[in-house]
Design a protein around this ligand. Sequence first.
Ligand SMILES: *[C@@H]1O[C@H](CO)[C@@H](O)[C@H](O)[C@H]1NC(C)=O
Ligand SMILES: *[C@@H]1O[C@H](CO)[C@@H](O)[C@H](O)[C@H]1NC(C)=O
Ligand SMILES: *[C@@H]1O[C@H](CO)[C@@H](O)[C@H](O)[C@H]1NC(C)=O
Ligand SMILES: *[C@@H]1O[C@H](CO)[C@@H](O)[C@H](O)[C@H]1NC(C)=O
Ligand SMILES: *[C@@H]1O[C@H](CO)[C@@H](O)[C@H](O)[C@H]1NC(C)=O
Ligand SMILES: *[C@@H]1O[C@H](CO)[C@@H](O)[C@H](O)[C@H]1NC(C)=O
Ligand SMILES: *[C@@H]1O[C@H](CO)[C@@H](O)[C@H](O)[C@H]1NC(C)=O
Ligand SMILES: *[C@@H]1O[C@H](CO)[C@@H](O)[C@H](O)[C@H]1NC(C)=O
Ligand SMILES: *[C@@H]1O[C@H](CO)[C@@H](O)[C@H](O)[C@H]1NC(C)=O
Ligand SMILES: *[C@@H]1O[C@H](CO)[C@@H](O)[C@H](O)[C@H]1NC(C)=O
Length: 498
Amino acid sequence: MALMHFLLLLFAVSIVSADEEPFIGVNIGTELSDMPHPTQVVALLKAQQIRHVRLYDADQAMLIALAKSGIQVVITVPNEELLAIGQSNASAANWVSRNVVAHYPATNITAICVGSEVLTTLPNVAKVLVNAIKYIHSALVASNLDRQVKVSTPLSSSIILDSFPPSQAFFNRSLNSVLVPILDFLQSTDSYLMLNIYPYYDYMQSNGVIPLDYALFKPLPPNKEAVDSNTLLHYSNVFDAMVDAAYFAMAFLNYTNIPVVVTESGWPSKGGSNEPDATIDNANNYNSNLIKHVFNKTGTPKHPGTAVSTYIYELYNEDTKPGVLSEKNWGLFDANGVPIYILHLTGSGAVLANDTSNQTFCVAKDGADPKMIQAALDWACGPGKVECDLLLQGQPCYEPDNVIAHANYAFDSYYHKMGNTPDSCDFKGVATITTSDPSHGSCIFPGSLGKNSTFGNFTAPSMNSSSDSSAYSIHSIEMRICSLVMVTGFLILGVVLI
Ligand SMILES: *[C@@H]1O[C@H](CO)[C@@H](O)[C@H](O)[C@H]1NC(C)=O
Ligand SMILES: *[C@@H]1O[C@H](CO)[C@@H](O)[C@H](O)[C@H]1NC(C)=O
Ligand SMILES: *[C@@H]1O[C@H](CO)[C@@H](O)[C@H](O)[C@H]1NC(C)=O
Ligand SMILES: *[C@@H]1O[C@H](CO)[C@@H](O)[C@H](O)[C@H]1NC(C)=O
Ligand SMILES: *[C@@H]1O[C@H](CO)[C@@H](O)[C@H](O)[C@H]1NC(C)=O
Ligand SMILES: *[C@@H]1O[C@H](CO)[C@@H](O)[C@H](O)[C@H]1NC(C)=O
Ligand SMILES: *[C@@H]1O[C@H](CO)[C@@H](O)[C@H](O)[C@H]1NC(C)=O
Ligand SMILES: *[C@@H]1O[C@H](CO)[C@@H](O)[C@H](O)[C@H]1NC(C)=O
Ligand SMILES: *[C@@H]1O[C@H](CO)[C@@H](O)[C@H](O)[C@H]1NC(C)=O
Ligand SMILES: *[C@@H]1O[C@H](CO)[C@@H](O)[C@H](O)[C@H]1NC(C)=O
């Protein structure tokens, strides 16, 4: 029986492994004083070719805005709701009906995080966590959505003790009574271990033991690489060591086929005086190298070739987050959708290609007085010395022939002529900066990289989605999480068996 089972699993590998790819997603925290409207958030995600997001709740407006976007969405049962859900399967069914059934399939919900770092932040809720997970899952089964929507719970990597060398890592034993049933659940439902990994904190707390370069995925001289003396595996970065520690900690409890998805990882770009390594350069290096690492499919030393899909923490700087200055500065973008830094991704064909992340445009503000817009247009094409020839009849930007479309082009030209400075996009308050490329047809706006601004042709199949006119696409990295998970699981199992 067991052998038959294994053979079936191995057989499945050959079917599904060929075109499955790891992905990079982004977490969307909302503690901003001026949180962009969900439609603006989705516009930014599309402009940046971000195809996977994780929400910290199941905000209705956000789920509606994400409908038919081609973006895959992980939603969260907030910790505050866990007690109710863990004590009543009716509440769980209600939650699933409101937040999943009501939106699926228009909104492509692929997983539910039941709580967030519950074991470390709310130990008293831990006892209902397993029930909450099971009730949510049963509600999905009842709605026939359990294959499309996976259930798991993000864990802090701090529950893994003695994480180096990875081969000796184990889960904090006092959590076993909760963790073992969770691992049973993940295994039996083909789900995955959700892990939050922060080499930034590991580095900060190591008092100099962990070199900064090792945390930032920078090349290390071979004698500086960390070697696991039991396995003789060489570790060149903290991220891989943590992922392998999780695999070993699971194996220690005899779970060897549950894949890991990293639900949070990132680096702050700014910090207080006692956080000297929260810098733009380090944040850029960490996130750029992480993205390249995931897409390069290097895998980890324990599971080479099995890339670990990862959600970057996070989309926006959250200026109202309490705590130290770095807490507010983990974002890739500010509230206006302007990148905090440009990732170095050339050649990796990934999301957030560095040459597109800095694309901003200046356009007429929605609802601004058309007379003021006309006056500003006249100024831009006159004293403002913008080349407005393309707006003439017969030229590429003549159509649509209305004041707003023409002003958009003139404003954007002026803005780029002035070096994209925010104050060059004002026009007495009728203009605003946007990240959505207003180019249309052969009217390519200044600052636009045109259709080439989508990510390199990293992938084969064309996306062919009506909502996306990009010439290139990253379709093959947006397979359903669950299929990736299955593949990963099978590959791991394969490795174990061989
Ligand atoms: C809730 O649990 C009860 C008893 O365990 C069971 O009879 C019922 O079918 C469950 N309801 C749902 C919606 O799962
Ligand atoms: C292990 O978990 C228990 C219960 O949450 C906690 O009190 C303890 O501090 C943890 N041990 C370590 C070493 O983190
Ligand atoms: C794991 O499996 C081995 C061999 O079957 C067994 O000896 C060991 O007790 C198991 N460990 C746990 C934690 O279940
Ligand atoms: C990409 O993977 C190849 C082979 O797995 C490896 O040799 C190379 O160093 C990796 N590149 C990066 C940037 O990680
Ligand atoms: C975007 O590009 C402009 C120059 O085109 C540069 O001045 C600015 O610093 C860049 N922004 C970021 C966030 O790198
Ligand atoms: C993109 O990254 C490459 C290599 O990291 C760098 O040479 C190039 O200047 C970057 N482009 C922009 C627009 O920052
Ligand atoms: C896009 O790339 C093609 C080929 O590399 C080039 O001919 C074309 O001009 C580019 N388009 C834009 C808008 O940059
Ligand atoms: C797309 O990929 C193919 C094959 O990998 C390569 O030959 C081609 O130059 C790439 N095109 C672009 C625009 O990157
Ligand atoms: C896109 O899909 C439509 C209908 O599903 C199909 O007719 C068309 O050939 C597809 N285009 C590409 C490039 O695959
Ligand atoms: C969700 O996205 C995956 C990957 O693109 C796709 O296979 C699946 O059909 C989508 N589901 C829905 C309901 O759109």
